[in-house]
Write a protein of this length. Structure first.
Length: 120
């Protein structure tokens, strides 16, 4: 297992690389990515950490499925792609959606933990 310091360095490197590549590819996408990440981070701190909202779980036959916001964002993105939405003119929206996904993956270590056995 990698040390926390090594993981932090890797996260920082990839964050800079993704942001630089995004700005090069599209200023609107990069702006949306930054804005989506920032708004999601503020929303999470205000309404989930301190506030009235809780994480979303779906219970099915003794299992708890955690609907992380990266999953919700990915499902929405895939649905739009399957529906044939072209993102050429909607790069800001695509960036916002990717910012929501990036927030969960970048800020939390539990993002791959989706399904768990429900306590009896």
């Amino acid at each position: 297992m990698d040390s926390p310091q090594k993981r932090t360095k890797i996260k920082k490197f990839f964050s800079v690389a993704v942001l630089a590549g995004s700005i090069y590819a599209s200023f609107l996408f990069a702006g949306g990515l930054i804005l989506g990440y920032w708004v999601t981070r503020r929303f999470y701190k205000k309404f989930i950490e301190r506030g009235p909202l809780k994480h979303i779980y779906v219970e099915i036959k003794g299992w708890k499925i955690h609907l992380h916001h990266w999953i919700s964002g990915t499902i929405l993105l895939l649905a739009l792609l399957i529906a044939g939405v072209e993102f050429g003119d909607h790069r800001l929206f695509l960036g916002l959606l990717c910012g929501v996904i990036a927030h969960d993956i970048y800020d939390f270590n539990d993002w791959p933990h989706i399904i768990e056995k429900k306590a009896q």
